[in-house]
Design a protein around this ligand. Structure first.
Ligand code: FAD
Ligand code: NAD
Length: 471
């Protein structure tokens, strides 16, 4: 039996980052992952690199260019004729990006002297793990500490089975080889909006059925209302308050029966994407063998130090639930490694940024104005539109707004909300401000480059004190 100080199960952004940080801190580390790519080869990087963040952003970037060339290039004086979209080449580029980055993870683990095992891990009891290796042999490992970072997988709805031919999960939606004429999506969450944007930009008629009455309820309402308006104008037909009752596949059509405000409706589409959330990946771990408890939804329960119900066994990333985001998992991986090395480790979960990579992008961190009201926190807000920024005009990209929420009494920044081009990059300033416990006045007094989109943060900070200059 091979002995390790730390065994990490899962090489997604939570697991591989934890393994590397543990190795940097001097531990002898093993990292086990069972992922196999479409060519039947082991691939590291988990959901994020293989079928999540990276391939979705590759397609969003490619199709953003298509949208620009079709809708905006003319205004820049660029006459494009005979534009052809070659989906197989677009998909090949996406696959290449994935391959480059998954190989990158393998070489980072190697460089840091982490022993990688390609195979499925399960608990044997105590501190022991059995690995069924992809090559057909098996191994048993013993670890002083074991970290579960086994991630998540797509959920579906009762009675709907995913065949990834006509009824797709997010992985199927990333791998389409042709543009569906009519694409139905169940769920107007992050995946529904991102995948809906990709195929809508390529010409699909996209209809999204959402159960909730309110669009993107986690975002600030000023931002979510404006985002719904802009995405609707782009062609996403987002229907709220829909209750999906039945899905039937017949021939090359998918029929979705649903009720809208109580009235029965029928939607016929060529492909259907089910994007209703994700669930914990624990089925082949044999958690019972190590007395590891899960909650009612199947996520592994931990305390604030990521310790499970079993001593010296920890869990991080999507498998523990909460914000199912790559960067949240990676931070947990680093913090846990440092904690195991006796260092002080802390994550400020209130300052984890969220980004929806539609265009305009939607990004936020911290509290919304509505949450402040709900929690009885007296707050002020400052808003500033992109259309008042010189740089946004130069870019011909003027949709959206900045909104800063700060505490009424002491001006401390509680949240920031951005709908606009490059919101994913711009939100970083707000994260730094919140982590540094800055006030809106601090941002208002910092020099921001002109012309830049970041001037919108500056102006929104000024606007919390009703002294924005350009609006
Ligand atoms: P995972 O990435 O799921 O990795 C878990 C790993 O554990 C897998 O490689 C799996 O093979 C392995 N594993 C599981 N069980 C075993 C076992 N028994 N033995 C061995 N190995 C095992 N997040 C963002 O922050 N930004 C985005 O833009 C973004 N876009 C996304 C787009 C899509 C389409 C999807 C589906 C998700 C997206 N996410 C995004 C979410 C992000 O991918 C996840 O939050 C992240 O991958 C979670 O990391 P993790 O390491 O916890 O788990
Ligand atoms: P989600 O939780 O973001 O959205 C699911 C949506 O489906 C919700 O709006 C929900 O109300 C709706 N829904 C649930 N049941 C329904 C039903 N029966 N009928 C109609 N609608 C229904 O989940 P997702 O979009 O599947 O994404 C999963 C997770 O992956 C996200 O929570 C996120 O953490 C992660 N992710 C992140 C990014 C990003 O950071 N840019 C991108 C993609 C995925």
């Amino acid at each position: 039996m091979q002995q390790y100080q730390v065994i990490v199960i899962g090489a997604g952004p939570a697991g591989y980052v934890c393994a590397i940080r543990c190795a940097q801190l001097g531990f002898k580390v093993a990292c086990i992952d069972k992922w196999v790519n479409a060519r039947g080869k082991p691939a590291l990087g988990g959901t994020c690199l293989n079928v999540g963040c990276i391939p979705s952003k590759a397609l969003l970037d490619s199709t953003h260019h298509v949208h620009f060339l079709r809708q905006h290039a003319g205004r820049h004086g660029l006459k494009i004729s005979g534009l052809e979209v070659d989906i197989p080449t677009m998909q090949k580029r996406k696959d290449k990006v994935v391959q480059t980055l998954t190989r990158g993870v393998a070489s980072l683990l190697k460089k840091n002297k982490v022993d990688v095992f390609a195979g499925a891990a399960r608990f044997l009891g105590g501190q022991q793990v059995h690995v069924e290796q992809l090559e057909g042999t098996s191994q048993q490992l013993q670890g002083e500490h074991i970290v579960i970072a086994s991630g998540s997988k797509p959920s579906t709805l009762p009675g709907i089975s995913i065949d990834n031919e006509q009824v797709l999960d997010s992985t199927g939606a990333l791998n389409l080889r042709e543009v569906p004429e009519r694409l139905g999506i169940i769920g107007a969450g992050v995946i529904g909006l991102e995948m809906g944007s990709v195929w809508n930009r390529l010409g699909s008629e996209v209809i999204i059925l959402e159960a909730l009455p309110e669009f993107l309820p986690a975002a600030d309402h000023t931002v979510s209302k404006e985002a719904a308006r802009i995405l609707g104008k782009q062609g996403l037909d987002i229907r709220m308050n829909c209750r999906v009752e039945e899905v039937q596949v017949s021939g090359d059509k998918v029929a979705v029966s649903y009720s809208l405000n109580g009235a029965g409706q029928l939607l016929e589409v060529s492909k259907l994407v089910v994007a209703v959330g994700r669930m914990a990946n624990t089925e082949d771990l044999d958690l019972d063998a190590a007395n590891i408890e899960t909650d009612q939804k199947g996520f592994i329960e931990t305390d604030e130090r990521w310790q499970t119900s079993a001593e010296n066994i920890y869990a991080i990333g999507d498998v523990v639930g909460g914000a199912m985001l790559a960067h949240k998992g990676s931070e947990e991986g680093m913090a846990l490694a440092e904690q195991l090395a006796g260092q002080h480790a802390h994550i400020n979960y209130d300052a984890v940024p969220w980004v929806v990579y539609t265009w305009p992008e939607i990004a936020w961190v911290g509290k919304t104005e509505q949450q402040c009201k709900h929690d009885g926190i007296s707050c002020r807000t400052g808003e500033f539109p992109f259309r008042a920024l010189g740089r946004a005009h130069a870019m011909d990209d003027t949709d959206g707004l900045f909104k800063i929420v700060c505490e009424q009494e002491n001006d401390r920044i509680l949240g920031a909300h951005i709908l606009g081009p490059n919101a994913s990059e711009l939100i970083c300033e707000a994260v730094v401000a919140m982590e540094s416990e800055l006030c809106a006045e601090d941002l208002a007094r910092m020099v921001h480059a002109h012309p830049s989109l970041s001037e919108g943060m500056h102006e929104a900070a000024l606007a919390t004190d009703r002294r924005a200059i350009h609006f």
